[in-house]
Design a protein around this ligand. Structure first.
Ligand SMILES: Nc1ncnc2c1ncn2[C@@H]1O[C@H](COP(=O)(O)OP(=O)(O)OP(=O)(O)O)[C@@H](O)[C@H]1O
Length: 238
């Protein structure tokens, strides 16, 4: 049974990587910004990789936007991705990198091209169309990755520490851009963050992962106030 209130569901999902076992069971509210937190090595990236399809569940079920995607390839899932290293193709210019988000064969319609122009405008990069990734700053590259996610316009946006490599001023600018994109599209955002202040500022719902499992899942006010979990308390004080 698919429940429309939840855009992402993991039902008894299990996986083993090396000696680490993972077990995830959760329902994430549709249209919310969900922060995924936890210590280094807890399983945050694996959680995201399972949703993206880069890691494959050995048991259980993953439902995204109402569809069972447990055995679907990454490209067929209703997600777009922005990862820390922003995954731009170094040999392709900005406009082509963004166009690939719409259609991997780059057969773009006029409407697609308009949507690329408008996405570049939104991230403040009009005029950067023909620039190569190597000529851009870290923040500009990250904004191209956001523009690509924007044109893909999928119901779920997955971000793995998207701001980690940026300096503090740029971090808050990019977080604001993320929230603008979120308000405009009403998509569900699942974002890994190491920063309690950032979590408090941008998230509606918090997940705390520990030793390959979800130890705490709660609306953000409750999450930030929880004092019954030592690992979470330590994270919130960091
Ligand atoms: N392919 C793999 N083979 C063996 N072990 C793995 C593999 N992928 C992840 N692991 C282990 O699983 C655990 C969780 O890794 P994961 O990258 O999900 O953690 P994380 O919470 O994202 O950590 P960080 O904050 O440091 O990025 C780690 O102990 C990691 O070494």
């Amino acid at each position: 049974m698919v429940d429309p209130r939840f855009s992402v569901e993991m039902r008894d999902v299990g996986l083993q990587l090396g000696v680490q076992e993972f077990h995830f069971d959760c329902r994430l509210p549709a249209g919310a910004v969900i922060a995924v937190t936890g210590a280094s090595g807890a399983g945050k990236s694996t959680f995201l990789n399972l949703l993206a399809g880069f890691d494959v569940a050995e048991r259980g079920q993953i439902v995204i936007a109402g569809k069972d995607v447990t055995s679907e390839y990454p490209a067929r899932r209703a997600v777009s991705l922005v990862f820390q290293d922003n995954n731009l193709f170094a040999h392709l210019d900005v406009v082509t990198n963004i166009g690939l988000g719409i259609n991997p064969s780059m057969k773009l319609t006029t409407a697609d091209r308009q949507s690329i122009t408008s996405s570049l405008e939104k991230v403040g990069l009009r005029g950067f169309e023909r620039r190569m990734p190597a000529t851009l700053s870290g923040g500009e590259r990250q904004r191209v990755a956001f523009a690509r996610a924007l044109v893909r316009n999928r119901p779920v946006l997955l971000l793995d520490e998207p701001f980690a490599a940026l300096d503090p001023g740029l971090r808050s600018g990019m977080a604001a851009l993320l929230l603008d994109m979120h308000r405009e599209t009403s998509n569900t955002v699942v974002v890994v963050s190491h920063d309690p202040d950032e979590v408090k500022r941008i998230a509606d719902f918090g997940l705390f992962i520990e030793n390959g499992r979800i130890a705490v899942a709660a609306p953000i006010d409750e999450f930030m106030g929880r004092q019954d979990h030592p690992g979470l308390t330590q994270f919130l004080r960091s």
